[in-house]
Design a protein. Structure first.
Length: 725
């Protein structure tokens, strides 16, 4: 019986049930998006999360690609008249693309090889005779000598037989499968520095790989990518080393066996040559490609996790913020935004050399006046060029201000990309690039998500080797991460930019722009139903998007929750049943009255599933809730440290800036981020740093060592005093 797509997917995802998979596939066919399915169709999927739903989507794509290729191969071989029941069965049983390609290899149209030339000269029957270990092979070879066919002697005939057999053995799927498994199990990646490599590697970036070896099955992804980069730069030579003796024995046992004589000698030589010329190099290419793909996927996954955590950083609400874009020669650009991110004022000061002494002296007074005039409560300093000098300047200046003013260092990666973008030019057409950057830096701590979605995720710089991975694959993954973050948080329908709206479930660039145009022409949305009036936003787009779009202060308080309008009737019935109304949303009385709910009774009376009922209750208890409020708040500072202040054992708090395979980088308030190596992240063994810390986390660290000359700070998250409190 032919397996269904859902049954095939379950082989990849055994923890999921067939019904969960089939229901998810049906919803994809109906045009539902991943965020919508995860949030509003929990009963149909039995609570699958976005990761599991995307896994189903990926598995379906892989299987459909495999099935399509299998059908193509069967058709091609059948047209050649060579499709047998056994081969058909083998192709149907293949579960990965490589198996299909291995089975197809003998039938694949090749360029003209030495083997095809030998066949053209009529030597295939002699090759068949050799495979049958014919006793009269020498006599047959003598009969085949024909100068007109460029077979002047027996040696030329034997050479032709050799080529036919070697190519045939090289094409055998069983041989390739066995060699592949053996090499994966026992092979090692070996790297050496090339003669000219050391000169090209001026900073010694690849020094650890000058004479390096590690088993194929244990090499970590970050090493694979580093080795690939060193090879591409012409610094390293790379190969897979494996003990060939067991491979030779296996191949000979399955071709020559116990046979002896001339034919056996020819078959044995052809077998060994098949491995040396065809199978070995092909398997090495395959394994290195597979290792690279695993490493690419892992690097993309790491980037995605870091990006998600960066986007989900807690917003700093209700503060007037100054963005401080540091620079030396061109001066520091300052821009102030109000509590809602609206631009208020900008200026330029020159606190650093090479500015003249008069400008430098005037900078502090100008800075303090600018703060007082605009009632600035928080300063966001970009972490680029002149950042730490600017931090020292800010720390000294705010000591002279009577009202409390704090500062925070903001990762400005991608700010220059945004500042030169079409989005930024449209928003601030009269600003310089640096002034736009200052506004962006200020907004990044007010609402990281809303600001960072304006920037190409690849420019944000929270990954590892992101420039070495397939860019299309990276872009697709990062787009999914942004989509997940935006929909999990939700957006204010009356303030969201098109750049934010485009990531909402069901919306496109066109419909996102149409929403903003409608808002500009007709005024603010007063309720979610008005969304239906937006041009080209049809019923399906409305269904998919409306639950993620919030209206603050509208005519219907439920519009400021993540309750979908399709559940409003149930929400109203619930409120009425407990003598509540919409005005009570978010008040303690809601939690008090709903604390003793009988879920079984209510799901029947309201005709909703348990999961939907739970979400309705959560929505009416916490309208306008923001998941990011549960995340660590930015680390605020009033004073600054220098490298000279750091002493071994010193305890500090810092912000995690990046998470990589070998540890985490932490901003502790000095010019250089410190590294907590994976071995210093816990007293226990840590396999994955992302299980211990995430981008944006506030962590306690201790100084392990400081190398001022190389600007390197080694940190530890393990208390060196042994205090476990």
């Amino acid at each position: 019986m032919t397996e269904t797509l859902a049954e095939k997917i379950r082989h990849d995802l055994p923890k999921l049930r067939i019904k969960q998979i089939s229901e998810t596939l049906k919803m994809f066919d109906e045009g539902d998006t991943v965020p919508f399915i995860a949030r509003y169709r929990k009963e149909r999927t039995n609570n699958l999360d976005e990761v599991e739903i995307r896994d189903i989507q990926s598995a379906a794509h892989r299987i459909e690609t495999l099935d399509k290729r299998r059908a193509e191969v069967i058709k091609i071989i059948d047209e050649q008249g060579k499709l047998t029941p056994k081969l058909t069965s083998q192709l149907q049983a293949a579960t990965v693309l490589q198996q299909v390609e291995d089975l197809y290899l003998p039938y694949k149209q090749k360029r003209r090889t030495k083997a095809t030339i030998a066949k053209e000269r009529g030597l295939q029957p002699l090759a068949d005779a050799a495979l049958k270990f014919a006793d009269n092979l020498d006599e047959l070879a003598q009969q085949a000598v024909d100068p007109d066919k460029e077979l002047p002697d027996k040696q030329a005939v034997f050479d032709g037989i050799h080529e036919i057999l070697a190519e045939a053995f090289g094409d055998q799927a069983d041989f390739r499968k066995w060699v592949r498994q053996n090499t994966n199990q026992y092979g090692s990646i070996v790297t050496k520095v090339k003669k000219s490599g050391k000169a090209a590697d001026e900073e010694g970036t690849y020094q650890q790989y000058y004479d390096f070896s590690q088993s194929v099955k244990s090499i970590p992804s970050f090493r694979t990518l580093a080795i690939n980069r060193g090879e591409k730069a012409g610094i390293l030579s790379v190969k897979i080393d494996v003990n060939e003796a067991p491979i030779d024995w296996h191949l000979k046992a399955n071709t020559v066996g116990t046979h002896t004589g001339l034919a056996a000698e020819i078959v044995e030589k052809a077998t060994l040559d098949a491995y040396s010329r065809f199978i070995g190099p092909a398997i090495e290419r395959e394994i290195r490609k597979e290792l690279s793909e695993i490493a690419y996927n892992h690097a993309i996954e790491v980037f995605g996790k870091n990006l998600y955590n960066l986007l989900m950083q807690a917003p700093l609400k209700g503060k007037i913020v100054m963005g401080f874009d540091p620079a030396y020669r061109t001066g520091c650009k300052l821009a102030v935004v109000d509590q809602n991110g609206k631009y208020l004022a900008k200026t330029v000061i020159y606190p650093h050399k090479p500015a003249g002494e008069a400008k430098r002296k005037a900078a502090k007074g100008e800075f303090i006046d600018f703060i007082n005039q605009n009632h600035v409560e928080m300063i966001a300093i970009g972490n680029g060029t002149a950042s730490r000098e600017s931090e020292q300047f800010v720390a000294d200046a705010i000591k002279e201000i009577k009202t409390p003013v704090y500062y925070v260092i903001v990762n400005e990666a991608g700010a220059s990309v945004y500042s030169a973008s079409k989005i930024a030019r449209e928003e601030f057409p009269d600003f310089s690039v640096e002034q736009r950057s200052a506004v962006s830096i200020a907004r990044r701590i007010q609402d990281p998500l809303a600001e960072l979605v304006k920037i190409d995720p690849q420019a944000i710089g929270v990954g590892q080797y992101q420039h070495d991975v397939p860019q299309k694959q990276l872009t697709e993954q990062l787009d999914q991460v942004v989509e997940t973050a935006v929909n999990q948080v939700g957006v204010n329908l009356n303030t969201a930019s098109p750049d934010l709206l485009v990531h909402i479930s069901g919306l496109t660039k066109s419909t996102a722009n149409n929403i903003v145009k409608y808002r500009n022409q007709s005024g603010k949305f007063s309720n979610r139903s008005e969304l239906k009036k937006v041009p080209r936003l049809g019923p399906k787009a409305f269904e998919q998007s409306v639950g993620f779009l919030r209206i603050v202060g509208g005519t219907n308080p439920l519009d400021n929750t993540d309750i979908h309008p399709e559940s409003y009737s149930a929400a109203h019935q619930l409120l009425e049943q407990y003598d509540l109304d919409e005005a009570d949303l978010g008040k303690p009385v809601i939690a008090q009255k709903l604390s003793q709910i009988d879920f079984n009774q209510l799901t029947q009376s309201l005709a909703v599933g348990k999961e939907t009922l739970q979400d309705i209750i959560k929505g009416i208890e916490t309208p306008g809730r923001d998941l990011r409020d549960e995340m660590p708040a930015p680390l605020l500072r009033k004073d600054v440290l220098t490298m000279a202040d750091l002493k071994s054992g010193m305890k500090l708090q810092g912000t995690v800036r990046n998470v990589v395979d070998f540890g985490v980088f932490v901003d502790i308030g000095v010019k250089q981020d410190g590294l907590v190596h994976i071995s210093k992240m816990s007293e226990h063994f840590v396999k994955d740093p992302s299980k211990v810390a995430s981008v944006g986390d506030i962590v306690t660290v201790w100084i392990d060592s400081v190398d001022a000359d190389r600007h390197r700070i080694q940190l530890t998250m393990v208390d060196p005093t042994g205090d476990k409190k």
